[in-house]
Design a protein around this ligand. Structure first.
Ligand code: ZN
Ligand code: MN
Length: 494
């Protein structure tokens, strides 16, 4: 007897608007000044009337189109009723039966070796407002719980996947790809520490019994996972727990209604929270204060034109157009669109994609990390790096010398980092490769003449003897290409 793991994810993403979904309050993350970004609308005071934020709807459409959803011509707002201190209206404005986007998919790569891909279905993506934040005293000193309503009314898009995911690893991959896509299309900062991207996971097992029957175990919703690691670990834990539970009690989906559990990251366990509400418990009904929204073909068309190349497509293109390895292409794409643009300019203008990728994934990323720069503020602009790499390609300097120039450019105290600086540094440091073979040959000859012992060693079969002589030649002509020097030495001594 064995089982199949069935997982669906509900992802809440904060859309990056300046103001809230139905009022003009700021959406800035501001936990140090609680309850300063509120008004009668988001506080739910009697008589206050919500007005839809056009930009939030626009970003919602962009998201829906990016995940291949249909955008229906008609969508409306519903009230989802529940009582909680962080929800002063005692209902959340959300979308129930007519969401603003539905029936989409997102493709993920299951295995970088085999390149096996999978389309994960997306049931719907709807807009809704966020609640505030409760904080409880956990010191045990009995202090009061606090409520901060700054986040109340912040626009969210909730993206609900089909139960198509089959392992914790797959769920993580889906979430990573989704986050990357939302970052590229510029609808959210996806900052998980600040709660801009939160995930609930619905998990159960389909147990395959010896008699051929398949029995689903109760579906458990794990709430509020806010890290990739958390999602993966919580699902792994939950799969084991459900399997043990099945073996001990044999309860199926028919016996137990849905259950909600919370992930305790410190203890590495999921804990029972409450019985899962059904839609009926929320008593959804259309919000009478908000007009439904109609979307025209022209609007749909206009928004889809705004979409940039999706990260998956760009990754594939990088592999193909610049002959990048799967790994290099992924490293560059994962850093976000600004670094991908930087790489692409370097690759295009130096004409050597592979070399550009080596420099961007190693030298540039290392410096960004060490100096804590964003790529947008990196002192060596893409056209300057391209010019430097062109010199390597044209055999004007060695890769090693190019690294010296790179460091000199970075540390220039006066900030002189134009293309013309490259040649000045090469001249100053004598890094130019000597192309005058006459000059090089005479130095090689002189070194051979004064090293009779090394020559004899070489002639008696000691290949290593060449190494010491290369060093001597290089000391006299700094810019010599070591490979050419070796060839000349071997030629003279043979
Ligand atoms: Zn407000
Ligand atoms: Mn929701």
């Amino acid at each position: 007897m064995d089982y199949t793991v069935i997982i669906g994810l509900e992802v809440h993403v904060q859309l990056q608007t300046k103001t809230k979904l139905f009022c003009g309050c700021s959406t800035k993350f501001n936990p140090d000044h609680p309850n300063t970004q509120t008004c009668p609308v988001c506080l739910g005071l009697p008589g206050a009337l919500p007005v839809l934020n056009r930009e939030a709807f626009h970003l919602g459409m962009k998201t829906g189109l990016a995940i291949n959803c249909e955008i229906p011509s008609f969508t409306k707002w519903d009230r989802k009723q529940y009582y909680y201190p962080d929800l002063p209206k005692a209902y959340q404005i959300s979308q129930f039966d007519l969401p603003m986007s539905q029936n989409g998919w997102l493709e993920i790569e299951l295995d970088p070796e085999t390149r096996e891909k999978k389309k994960v279905g997306i049931i719907r993506a709807h807009l809704e407002e966020d609640a505030g934040k409760n904080s409880h005293d956990e010191s045990g000193r009995g202090q009061d719980s606090k409520v901060d309503l700054n986040r109340c009314g912040t626009p969210l898009i909730e993206i609900v996947s089909e139960p198509d995911l089959r392992s914790a690893q797959e769920a993580r991959t889906y979430l990573e790809e989704l986050k990357l896509l939302l970052t590229y299309i510029d609808v959210s900062d996806c900052n998980m520490q600040e709660g801009s991207l939160r995930c609930d996971a619905n998990v159960n097992l389909h147990v395959h019994k010896a008699d051929g029957e398949t029995v689903p175990t109760p579906i458990v919703e794990i709430k509020n996972l806010n890290s990739f690691r958390g999602v993966e670990q919580a699902i792994e834990y939950e799969v084991q727990r459900q399997w043990k539970d099945w073996q001990a009690k044999g309860l199926s989906l028919k016996d137990v209604p849905k259950e909600t559990r919370g992930w305790d990251a410190d203890r590495g366990v999921t804990l029972e929270q409450r019985g899962k509400e059904d839609a009926a418990d929320y008593r959804y009904f259309p919000d009478p204060d908000l007009a439904p929204v109609t979307v025209t073909d022209a609007e749909r068309e206009r928004v889809s034109k705004e979409l940039c190349e999706r990260p998956a497509d760009r990754r594939a293109r990088f592999e193909k157009s610049y002959q990048l390895s799967v790994y290099d292409a992924a490293v560059i794409i994962d850093q976000g669109p600004t670094l991908a643009d930087y790489f692409e300019t370097v690759a295009e203008s130096c004409g050597n994609g592979k070399q550009a990728a080596n420099w961007v994934t190693q030298d540039v990323l290392r410096e960004l990390k060490e100096r804590e720069y964003e790529i947008s503020e990196f002192p060596i602009k893409s056209e300057v790096l391209a010019a430097l790499l062109q010199k390597v390609d044209a055999n004007e300097i060695t890769t090693k010398s190019a690294r010296t120039v790179f460091q000199e450019l970075l540390s220039d105290s006066e900030g002189n980092r134009g293309v013309e600086q490259i040649q000045s540094i090469i001249d100053e440091k004598g890094l130019a490769l000597v192309s005058d073979t006459g000059q090089l040959e005479s130095i090689v000859q002189a070194v051979v003449d004064r090293n009779a012992k090394a020559v004899a060693d070489f002639q008696s079969g000691k290949q290593a003897a060449v190494g010491a002589l290369i060093g001597q030649v290089m000391r006299e002509i700094k810019g010599a290409d070591p490979k050419t020097v070796r060839e000349l030495l071997v030629e003279k001594m043979s």
